[in-house]
Every structure is written in structure tokens, then in C-alpha cells.
Design a protein around this ligand. Structure first.
Ligand code: 4NP
Length: 157
């Protein structure tokens, strides 16, 4: 198990929700002085090697964060060894991750919103087929996840 927290955010394409979750948590961890390894990935490989969706880039930019250099990749079994926490955007991704997770004491696997008080079991809605309102909602949700995760991990350091 890695010594410092290592968090992997996972959605389907790794171009909308999980890069925004990665960006929000990088900012929150930085602001709190929390040292953590942070990354994101997709359960699918269709967008591997590509930058985030332009609407996700614009959403992060509106909050002063540049994610244009992020590149999508597909999650793999080794991620459960390299990371302490693997956080899924929704139930489909959670099920796909559970299928590849090694048995035993690898990363803790849960939904991202499980960490937010009052939102246990909720999926992070997919903004891909939506517009800027959906992306703003995604940003609001991943910011709540980032804040809750920062509190949780700071308490353990
Ligand atoms: P993400 O969104 O899983 O939040 O990155 C999607 C990205 C791509 C597709 C669906 C959702 N797609 O169908 O290509």
C-alpha cells in the first residue's frame, strides 16, 4: 500500500467527469497542504490519449484551472495496487471496476459521491450529452467530493 494517499478518479471516457474531479481535488489538496498522488482514468478506451472534452476544459478554466494538458487513459488492474482510493463516477463504472479489482487488500473502491455527507449511493450525472449547465453541475458535485476527500484524508495524516 502506498505511504501517502493516492486517489484515482474513474468515469467512462476520462474526458468529462473524472478529469474535472482530478482538477478539483488537485486544487483542494494543494490549498490544504495535503500531499497526495492524484490521477484519473476511464473504464473505456475510446478516448485514450485524447485531451479532456473542450467543455470540461472550459469549465475548469472558468475556475482558474488549466486541464488542457491532461490525457485520457484506460484504468487497469495495477491501479488497484498503485492507488489507495479508486473512486467511480457512477454505478456502471463501479461495477466495471469491481470486475477488474484484485481480491485482497488493494485500493478502497467506492462511488465518488459516497464521500459527501447525505449523498451516499448517488451517481455523478454524465454531462457528455448535455450543455454548460450540466458541466456546471458536474463541477459543483466534484468540488463537494474534493472538499470531503480533503477533510477525510487530512484527518488521517
Ligand atoms: P465521461 O463522459 O465518462 O464523464 O468522460 C463521457 C465521455 C465520452 C462518452 C460518454 C461519456 N462517449 O460516449 O464517448
Amino acid at each position: 500500500m502506498p505511504a501517502k494517499p493516492a486517489v484515482l478518479f474513474v468515469c467512462l471516457g476520462n474526458i468529462c467527469r473524472s478529469p474535472l474531479a482530478e482538477a478539483a481535488f488537485r486544487a483542494a489538496a494543494d490549498a490544504a497542504g495535503l500531499a497526495a498522488t492524484i490521477d484519473s482514468a476511464g473504464t473505456g478506451d475510446w478516448h485514450a490519449g485524447q485531451p479532456p472534452d473542450r467543455r470540461a476544459i472550459a469549465t475548469a478554466r472558468a475556475h482558474g484551472i488549466d486541464i488542457a494538458g491532461y490525457r485520457a487513459r484506460q484504468v487497469c488492474r495495477d491501479d488497484f495496487i498503485r492507488f489507495t482510493h479508486v473512486l467511480a463516477a457512477d454505478h456502471d463504472n463501479l461495477a466495471a471496476l469491481a470486475r477488474i479489482a484484485p481480491l485482497g487488500d488493494g485500493a478502497a473502491l467506492s462511488l465518488m459521491l459516497d464521500l459527501v455527507p447525505g449523498r451516499h449511493g448517488e451517481a455523478l450525472a454524465d454531462p457528455y450529452w448535455g450543455g454548460s449547465e450540466e458541466f456546471a453541475k458536474t463541477w459543483s458535485d466534484v468540488s463537494a467530493v474534493a472538499a470531503a476527500l480533503t477533510t477525510l484524508l487530512s484527518a488521517h495524516c
